[in-house]
Design a protein around this ligand. Structure first.
Ligand SMILES: Nc1ncnc2c1ncn2[C@@H]1O[C@H](COP(=O)(O)OP(=O)(O)OP(=O)(O)O)[C@@H](O)[C@H]1O
Ligand SMILES: [Mg+2]
Length: 212
């Protein structure tokens, strides 16, 4: 399955969730390739940091921030169980290419009414991509949720009636994710019994069940 984490809005958790989904599936024995389709190269930076720290390689990461992504991804997918694409903010051409490359697009959003609105551009891009590939599936993921805040419930309720619908497993606002980003680690490598680790494992299993 080719899964792309996309949202033209910056900082919603695309890289964090791409790395953690890839890492979780790799940990479970799947062959995973991560494509860094963001010219900022944050996923590549993370994997370099990892190498510097002498941590084991969990999955291969390649930089492919090009509009030809959709013609190159299927080839990469042949030698992997899952390909995870970490998308760019803003860059429309790259975003379109990533959309055409994937079977499933995951749209991380933060529990704020403003995020819902910002995603409407994302939704029209998905509609356009479906003209060429009607089978593309899409889901929202609520990221950085506080402890049962009203705003998270409201966002969930708003997105509940939507296509794309919302993934059931939400990801909390947790310092472990920031620490993981900084140290080239994944949350399960910091503490495998943490809430963050459980959330990621549950998310990866829910997303895995959406495989075509
Ligand atoms: N669930 C979370 N809890 C705490 N911090 C988080 C969480 N998710 C993401 N972050 C932090 O928020 C910041 C933005 O996350 P991330 O880089 O994953 O977003 P992005 O969508 O990839 O951003 P960009 O659009 O710039 O590529 C990072 O510092 C990251 O560590
Ligand atoms: Mg990013």
């Amino acid at each position: 399955m080719i899964v792309a984490l996309l949202n033209q809005k910056g900082g919603t958790g695309k890289t964090t969730l791409a790395l953690h989904l890839a890492g979780q599936w790799a940990r479970e024995g799947r062959r995973v390739t991560l494509i860094d389709a963001d010219p900022q190269g944050s996923a590549l930076d993370w994997s370099e940091q990892r190498t510097r720290e002498g941590l084991p390689r969990l999955f291969g990461t390649i930089g492919l921030a090009r509009d030809t992504l959709h013609s190159e991804a299927p080839e990469l997918a042949r030698s992997a169980d899952h390909v995870v694409i970490d998308g760019p903010p803003r860059v429309a051409g790259l975003l379109r290419s990533a959309l055409l490359a994937c079977d499933l697009v995951l749209i991380p959003v933060q529990p704020s009414p403003f995020d819902g609105w910002a995603s409407s551009e994302m939704l029209s891009l998905i509609e356009q991509a479906r003209i060429f590939r009607p089978e593309i599936a899409a889901r929202f993921i609520l990221n950085r949720c506080g402890a049962r805040t009203i705003i998270a419930r409201e966002t969930a309720a708003t997105l509940g009636d939507h296509d794309p619908s919302l993934i059931g497993q939400q990801i909390g606002q947790r310092v472990a994710f920031a620490e993981a980003a900084r140290t080239g680690r994944l949350v399960f490598e910091i503490d495998e019994n943490s809430q963050a680790s459980y959330e990621i494992a549950a998310l990866a299993s829910e997303v895995g069940r959406l495989a075509p």
